[in-house]
Each structure stands twice: as C-alpha cells, then as structure tokens.
Write a protein that binds this ligand. Sequence first.
Ligand code: SF4
Ligand code: SF4
Length: 282
Amino acid sequence: MKKWNLIIDVAECTNCNLCTLATQDEYVGNQWPGIAAEMPKHGHRWIDIKRKERGQPPLVDVAYLPVMCQHCDDAPCIKAAENGAVTKRDDGIVIIDPEKSVGQKQIMEACPYGVVFWNEELNIPQAWPFDAHLLDAGWDEPRAATACPTGAFRALKVEDSEMRRIRAEEGLQELQPEAATKPRVFYKNLHRFTKCVVAGSVAGEISGVEECLHGATVTLLKDDDVVARCETDAFGDFRIDRLDPASGGYTVKVAHDGFHGHTMEFELDDSITLGTIRLSPG
Ligand code: SF4
Ligand code: SF4
C-alpha cells in the first residue's frame, strides 16, 4: 500500500518560511474535524525552520533545517496517548485527535523531536498533520509542499519498498536516528547540520606580493590516515566537510608547486576556520 513520506533537502532550503506561513494560514482560524483544531495565532510553529552556522568569518556556511512532525511508524506519542487519542492512518500519517487528546500533555512530552505544541486555550497537544484534510479532499501534496519555491520540501506517496530504494539512491537520512521511531520524514544533505567543516585559505608570496594560491593541495590526516584531500579554489580557499564533531586531533598538510609545504595540527571540536596558511617560496 502506498504511504506518504517527506523528503527535505537541507541544501535547498533558503529559510523563506513559506511552508511555515502556509501552515499558519491553513490552521489559524480554521478547524478541520478529526484532523486539527485551530492553531493559536502566536507561539506555535508546526513547521519550524532551524538555523545552523558553521565555521567562522569569512568562511561561514549557513544551513536551514525544516522540522515538523516526523509521522513516525513507531511513534512514542501513540504509545503515550490514552483513549486512542493519537493514531496512525493507513497512509502513514499520524493524527492527534483534537477532541480525544484534551488534557493529555504526556503526548507532547513523549515526542523526542519537540514538534508537538501545547494549545493552552483548548488544552490540547498539536502538531503538523501533513495537511491530511487536503489530501483527503484530493490534493496531490500537502499545502506546505506546494508553497516551497525551491523543491526543498517534497512529499511523495509510494510503497515502503520504493521509499527504501529512493532513500538509498538519494542518501537520505533520519533526524535523530538514535530515537529509533521509524520516521516518514527523510533529510537530504543533513550533514550541513550534523557534521563539521574545516575551512581555510592558502597564500604565498609571488614577486614580493602576497597572493591567494589557487590549486594548492590540502590533505587532511587523522592518525596518519588520509581523511580527505582537495584543492584550493581561485580565491585560495578550501573546505572539507562531513567530519564528525568532537572527533579529536587532525593534521593538515598543504603543498603547492614552487613553495615549501606546510603542516599544522588542530583539535576538531566543532566546525573551524583555520585562517590563512602562508607558504614560503621554495
Ligand atoms: S514526530 Fe513526535 S509527534 Fe510526530 S509521530 Fe513522531 S513521536 Fe509522534
Ligand atoms: S518553503 Fe521550502 S525553502 Fe522555504 S523555508 Fe520551507 S522548506 Fe525552506
């Protein structure tokens, strides 16, 4: 049976917030029986856009991560709910019933992703219901997906076997895999949020003037093993991505024809910009 999934491409999200605003427009002042009660005007972000900055100026990398109910197949919120207040539909969508969930704060507390909001006025937990009322009315994707101008927010209804194939083919990842909730939301380029980057610039003196060195070879080693290798760009800059946070000591070796090589060591806690590495003429 075909079920709904989301693919969020972190590299394509520009933080335009149109998915968030479309969701607020859909639910503030509107109630959809069996799917969602009205969303409060303030304080709720059923689709939230988180921001991550990596490195230090001038080599800074900024990424945005849309986070919403992950529509888990093994959902802690369903286990925490009483009276069948949270259910999984046959199409994979998780619904918090706006009437049965009254007073059930434990539903919000059980969610490991922090995407359930408490509606003080109605005394209920609320999360993004995948715009299920629109899909039931014949829409072929949620409104939040139609609002996205970059393709960062993509919904698709496929067999789970097909989703496994897409997941492998596109290198999709789960948010917080340690939660083991079998989410139906998958992220592309999640390393922009979860991994570290090492960046820097290479310069050298040419005819008495310091110049950026294009094409310098930068080799990153850990315990004498090569982790990554790249070349500096036209501005003499390099960046090496997908390194594990707090992964300890590294050595970087820089080489360029006509210059002495340079070696430096550093500890990687979080993303780091090594500054300008100056090579002396060889
Ligand atoms: S993300 Fe949270 S609220 Fe949504 S299904 Fe999973 S556990 Fe439940
Ligand atoms: S609409 Fe698309 S690009 Fe804009 S914030 Fe949402 S996911 Fe990102």
